[in-house]
Unconditional design. Structure first.
Length: 208
């Protein structure tokens, strides 16, 4: 087996990113290996070399999005970077194409999309505080909160129109983020986590 070159890795990432964009814009069914190859500037054979079938490519996109979300939860929540405006700004810059893909995947439906939703619910449940009401149904809370947050992504075109600015622009993401904090009571997330998120957004807002 030949070693994997930097050029191979770059081509693989480019193909994956192009596939995510096309899947998000026109859906998996309407997207072809040939169309992905043309948009990525490579041959269909190279797409198949790196990913095999279209279903395998979609699975790779699903895993990439999940890995990204896991990394951001780790950095933001576990490592307490939510109050760092650089962290929030980086998320606002890097997340849009992945969230657009996730929104379309949830609408189209697939085992991968279902797995992503379930993991997001589990991650949310893990980080919700239990101090405000120990008897509460935390699984239900996490499920509904996840659905509400993802609903903003799924409906991003309508949200953008109502806001008068793109949800995935710096201004749109900041306004939506502030609104979400305004609608969630601090005790639900935990006062410390809530204040970190609020501080980070306020610091970022001061930069703009």
């Amino acid at each position: 087996m030949r070693p994997v070159s930097d050029e191979d890795l770059t081509a693989r990432a480019r193909i994956r990113d192009v596939a995510m964009a096309l899947f998000a814009r026109q859906g998996v069914r309407a997207t072809t290996i040939r169309g992905i190859a043309e948009a990525a500037g490579v041959s269909p054979g190279l797409v198949q070399h790196h990913f095999g079938s279209k279903d395998d490519l979609r699975a790779a996109c699903d895993e990439y999005v999940l890995s990204y979300i896991r990394a951001q939860v780790q950095a933001g929540v576990t490592e307490h970077n939510l109050e760092d405006p650089d962290f929030i700004e980086n998320v606002h810059r890097t997340a849009p194409p992945l969230m657009q893909y996730l929104g379309r995947a949830l609408v189209d439906g697939s085992p991968g999309a279902a797995a992503m939703f379930d993991e997001l619910v589990s991650v949310t449940e893990e980080h919700l505080t239990r101090s405000d009401d120990p008897q509460a149904d935390h699984r239900a809370r996490a499920t509904v909160l996840t659905a509400m947050k993802l609903g903003i992504t799924v409906l991003h075109e309508h949200v953008s129109r109502a806001l008068g600015t793109g949800l995935f622009t710096a201004d749109g993401a900041l306004r939506a983020g502030k609104a979400q904090l305004d609608l969630i009571k601090p005790e639900f997330l935990g006062r410390e986590l809530f204040e970190q998120a609020r501080t980070g957004i306020e610091k970022l807002e001061e930069r703009q």
